[in-house]
Design a protein around this ligand. Structure first.
Ligand code: GLC
Length: 533
């Protein structure tokens, strides 16, 4: 039987930046609930919420200090419950982000752990007398000295995000209770944050160095033995509840690594960074990554398709800032094989924002990169440039609802800057315009709902020639063909026009009867094959 998540188009909500409902400049549950009709009308049927638990917000909630609550900035438990039931009433599923790898340094568990070497919770975190050479994924050493007990604790990310010791079964038990709590609250699944970092190698050997790339190879601090066993237990627990879904953030672009973590008895899917985080636009590379994934995956594995998130540059900006191309990428995400994850604002073509002063930079990763650059003697200007490369504020600015002040996101100044272009790029401006990005997303999402082959079909073929990607997806009911001409020239698609009908194009209303079709530059053409009687 086809699972619901296989039929779902997800939408990522970055909690602090979607919609402010109570006028404090920070997004919240009341705000999201007020926009559920917008999301329903857009045509998505699943939401992924970034963390909303109480947190000092050093890393915007990826530093949790209480796994059982709601951060007051986002509302109360009642607001969460209202949101879940209102989403469900509209047939929208909700998955929530769960950070199992680390807690905030303000979490009571860590406070107890650091209180004394003999505390029963000492071993809930990773303490050592001496640091090794492991580097944090944000900046500097991943070991922080704790004066009161004269030892170092391990943190793969910021020092305020302390890694739990998953070799300790008490940690596992505590986190399994957390999962049960939220499943019983009615969530439809979890996005498991940095799940391939869950365990480190107990030998604590130094990581080797890649002299060519000038960077450390994370040989002993990620993808370690034993992580998959925990994932299997998590899957077993979660799947005891009917119809729950698990998507993992496996931080890797290596298909062989990504592949390990999903399938029967593991996570349902993991994010395909091998496709999604391509840094420069290259249609051929996208094609080869799609094919690589298709070839690597077993029949119980399904790819995911995304090109933006709260951790990366938005694809419109990353791929050259062109709206036309943005539409082709949208079409690819919503018609190729995989579970799509649209990032908030991409549906209106929001662009990256760049800080022109360090005081405007909110992201911990950007700020740490700035400090590191300054400490190595870089000028303020150069340090800002380095920091902007790493800073993830780019895609975290408020959702642009209208040309009103603060983009209609809030009545007061938001927690992060609002891009000037919100005056022109916003939901309100695009809503009535049939040629807008928003209208195009709606058409695609509707088409995806109407044509099951776009959700469950296998590739009958997938092809790339000179800038044009084309594929046919077929299931037991129908075949749908897609041509995406990423080039600036007309291309020829060899099909018999009398055997197809036009489902969608951004360039034409009709197809002529011919043996070969001319696909226009930047055209998306979606066709249905008429089966011979
Ligand atoms: C994930 C999150 C990112 C966070 C990191 C550490 O990659 O998506 O935002 O900084 O985990 O928790």
């Amino acid at each position: 039987m086809v699972k619901w998540w296989n039929q779902t188009a997800f939408y990522e909500i970055y909690m602090p930046s979607f919609k402010d409902g109570n006028g404090d400049g920070i997004g919240d549950f009341a705000g999201i609930t007020s926009k559920l009709d917008y999301l329903k009308d857009l045509g998505i049927n699943g939401l992924w919420l970034t963390p909303f638990y109480p947190s000092p917000k050093v890393d915007n909630g990826y530093d949790i200090s209480d796994y059982y609550g709601i951060d007051p900035a986002y509302g109360e438990m009642e607001d969460f419950e209202t949101f879940i039931s209102e989403a469900h009433r509209r047939n929208i599923k909700v998955i929530i982000d769960l950070v199992l790898n680390h807690t905030s340094s303000e979490h009571p568990w860590f406070k107890e752990s650091r209180s004394s070497r003999n505390h029963p919770k000492r071993n809930w975190y990773i303490w050592r007398d001496k640091p090794n050479n492991w580097e944090s994924f944000f900046s500097g050493s991943s070991w922080e000295y704790d004066e009161s007990t004269d030892q170092y604790y391990y943190h793969a990310f910021a020092k305020e995000q302390v890694d739990l010791n998953w070799a300790n079964t008490d940690v596992k038990k505590a986190m399994f209770d957390v999962m049960k709590f939220w499943l019983e609250k009615g969530v439809d699944g979890f996005r498991l944050d940095v799940i391939n970092f869950l365990k480190v190698n107990n030998s604590f050997q130094d990581n080797p160095y890649d002299h060519e790339k000038n960077e450390q190879i994370h040989l002993f601090d990620k993808d370690q033995k034993g992580i998959l066993d925990v994932i299997k237990e998590i899957a077993e627990l979660v799947h005891q509840y009917p119809d729950k879904f698990l998507v993992g953030e496996v931080g890797s672009e290596d298909i062989e690594i990504l592949k390990r973590y999903s399938g029967t008895g593991k996570m349902d899917v993991s994010f395909n960074f091998n496709i999604g985080s391509i840094d420069k636009f290259d249609a051929e590379q996208i094609y080869s990554r799609l094919v690589e994934t298709e070839q690597a995956y077993e029949s119980d594995q399904m790819p995911t398709l995304f090109f933006s998130s709260h951790d990366m540059s938005r694809h419109i900006s990353r791929f050259g800032g062109d709206e036309e191309r943005g539409k082709l990428i949208a079409a690819l995400m919503l018609t190729a094989k995989g579970v799509p994850f649209i990032y908030q604002g991409d549906e209106i073509g929001m662009k990256d924002w760049v800080a022109d002063d360090i005081s405007m930079m909110m992201d911990v990763q950007g700020r740490l990169a700035y400090e590191e650059a300054i400490s190595t003697g870089k000028s303020k200007e150069d340090a800002l440039a380095v920091a902007n490369e790493r800073c993830r504020d780019k895609s975290r600015t408020p959702m642009q609802w209208s040309p009103a002040s603060y983009a209609g996101f809030s009545k007061v100044r938001p927690w992060i800057s609002v891009p000037d272009e919100s005056c022109t790029i916003n939901v309100q401006n695009q809503q009535g315009n049939p040629n807008s990005m928003l209208s195009f997303y709606k058409r695609l999402l509707k088409l995806r709902m109407e044509h099951s082959s776009l959700r469950t079909g296998e590739y009958e073929f997938i092809d790339y020639q000179d800038g044009m990607l084309s594929f046919m997806r077929t299931n037991e009911f129908e075949s749908t063909g897609v041509a995406l001409n990423f080039s600036e020239e007309e291309k020829t698609l060899n099909i018999e026009a009398e055997r197809v009908t036009l489902l969608l194009s951004n360039k034409r209303k009709l197809i002529e009867s011919a043996k070969a079709l001319a696909i226009l530059p930047n055209e998306v053409l979606i066709l249905r094959r008429i089966l011979k009687k």
